[in-house]
Design a protein. Sequence first.
Lengths: 637, 321
Amino acid sequence: MSSIDLTWVIGGPQGGGVETAANIFAGACAGCGLKVFGKREYYSNIKGEHSYFGVRVSDKIIRSNVSGITMLVGFDAETLFRHADEVFDDGAIVYESNLVAMQIDEVPTLDAQFKARLKKHLVSKNKPFTIQGLLDESKERGITLYPVSFKEILANLSDETKNPKIRGMFRMQNVLAVSVSIGLLGLPPETLLKSVGSIFSRKADIAEMNKIAANYAYNLATVKYSKFRYQLSQIPKEDHTMLVQGFQSTSLGKIACGCRFQSYYPITPASDESVFLESNEIFEVENNRPGSTLVVQTEDEISAIGMVIGSALTGTRSSTSTSGPGFSLMAEALGWAGINEVPIVITLYQRSGPSTGLPTRHGQDDLQFAIHAGHGDFPRIVYASGDTEEGFYDTAKCFNFADVYQIPVIHMMDKFIASTVSTVKRFDSTKITIERGKLLEKIGESGYQRFTPSPDGISPRSRLGLENGIFWNTGDESDEAGHISEDPENRIYKMDKRAHKLEVALEKIPKEDQATNYGISDFCILSWGSTKGPILDAIDMLKKEGLKVGFIQIKMLHPFPAQYIQSLLSGVKTIIDIEANQSGQMGSLLNEYLDRKVDYYILKYTGRPITCNEVFDSIKKIIDNKAEKKQVLTYGI
Amino acid sequence: MVSNVADYKTDVHNDWCPGCGDFGIVSAIQMALAEMEIPRHKAAVFSGVGCSGKTSHYLNTYGVHTLHGRVLPFSQGAKLANPEMTVVAVGGDGDGLGIGAGHFVAAGRRNVDMTYIIFNNGVYGLTKGQASPTLKLGLKTKSLPEPNVNQSVNPIALAIASGYTFVARGYAYDVRQLKDLIVAAVKHRGLSFLDVLQPCPTYNDINTRDWFSGMDNIDEMTNKPRPRIYKLEDTGYDAFVHIDSPDEENEKLTQALIKSNEWDSKIPTGIFYKNEIIAPYDERMSARIPNYLENPPAYQEISYAGKSLTDISKMLDALEI
């Protein structure tokens, strides 16, 4: 049997249940043992603007999105106008049949730039500016059309079940659309119904009604329409597979590794993590009382990091989660944590900047800022995860780094990971270690000093409330006890002491935690963070064409593991930097720290994640010696 | 254990200007801690930035000298993570009511069981005397090139409007009363706010010690000054909300606001408002997390021999397919 790999996209107005639909679809596929990789795209808006959810399904490992759509589902005109062009020639469009007469100008949420592009396209195909025109053009390309009247289904269902309420439940169109799709794609109804049940598990009556609707639409699809060209089928399910949203990885990592205090200010896409923590604030602790995470919503991000520091001073593992604008506000306090050697973790879910930027879109724009945020020289660790699974385990590592080196740690995540829904192997807490470094449990009566000298620069750490452990902290430079000191010799001692911790960190943190080596080749990709998935998928695609490309994923961006990376690159002829930002921020680090320069840049800053096809195409261009030094990727709307 | 005031003093050289009102405040804090016999390691004093920011270094308890305007976030975080600590936050009026005003308001909404003391002198001393948020409109203190063009903020009224459940005012040169107010503030269940009038001898040449004592306003009959400062308690003022009723609360809030507006000739000190009917933050938390106070964040066991003790299996089960 040939491999299955298709992308199903559902769109609709924000607030209309698109996410629910996609989760049901993903759950139904995952329930059949298939691998799922889904991503959500939405505007900065509560209701009405276009949002869509793409779910890629395969029987093999998938780690990214592809350029293009195999099956598009739209029960509103905008979804069709926006995405029909992306559907592969052998793909399908499932659409609300009542929409065919809709004109481009009748959709108020289509922006002028997009409308102009679409009209130009339709003019070139000699088609009218209507859904019908668009569908005709699609059909000519070979696309299979599935007209479905979701409104009619609702009406019929309402009559048959003698439930007049159903007629007006337009949100249920989502469930109908998913169910029709699952029917056309040939998956069994059982997993679909199970998925519907689990999505609505908190509301039994709604779950029941949706299951009836799902079953009805599924049967209709299998009876009324011919099967789609590509069929999904059940495969043996791997044990302990979870369907996880990216932000849940760092939340679960925090709970598992003992973070007990999280403060935050609402911001997209970071606050989902805090909300998850609050929803799961009480949990079991082995041989002990129930544990809990205190989640505090603050008045702003300055307060969020201030509270985190205050909490960390009590010996509590503490963190905040934020995005670019919020992190900007935290810069001053970050320096305070640095000068006072307070272990805190900031989970930085990056999005597109500058300023408010593209607030709901992806970007890896904040690497250089994370490395340099705050005035004055002080040490911090900047650590980046590449996907959901890494998010869980790396969270625990970040807390260890913070505790061991008594340092602020910035854990780089991003919107792409945050809103990815994917099948991953069940997280294993037993693989997590908890290292609290020199945190003291007890102190004798002999004159404790917080910043007492130590060869590794790391002093034994007391905590507020500990007897005989009194210390002082100040944002001023301070002496060993923590009192203000402007003495020049003390200044050198303290500055060097703090800076030395980074040298120790670089020496002690295992190389495999600093960077992941996926193979070295003449052509070698260097990257960081969520580009990992599309790069690995593209490398597989290149391999099929007999092309070998190396890849080093740098995880510790600061302190930069220059020697290690340098040693890995010794046999490499061409360095390719791939990042989701405009300036090649990691590339600048390579140019700064290595004795050679980046040869090619592949960059994307549209706010949409990089697809594996984009990486594949641009690497091929480089190998074929047809590439510009800098390639800018554009796929996705 | 009988505590000694001296136990709460450090040997750090105090570099405040001679005659500074801050000396009286730091003494009152030391006396209050001694009187309450709070073990030194169970108290943490957080300070903002400015002259008053140095307070934490002069107190022999845990001392955290934070950032300008941010003393409330730092101190609330510590108190929430370790509710066993006695937490006192201190800072200047510019710190708390200028750059930190947002935190000042938000803290009132939470009602965390701790104390906040503002050293109120009308100027930014450490940056050479610029007008602070409490300086009255039109006043031209010593180092201002022009008279102050901004209205002053009323700290007592702002605290009451923000939800502080204990609001009082002290005077830095009446250390005994101030000590009593600090004791009452610390013992209060909820967030207590203390506005301390603290003349800056170097930069505020208008609201001086002599001015507060009424030296510019001599009674011709007795030839004695008419002091501006008076004590609310001497007037039979009742600051307490005794019963859980909107009428009672409105009455006590209103009288406190009216009193807070007194200034030029008569300046009240003492407790303006006290309400222990409103639940402090820890009670609100305990309603959600029943063992929050018994097993707070700072004392939770998280690992044994480097392994996690937390059982997240139920959360993972819910995500399994």
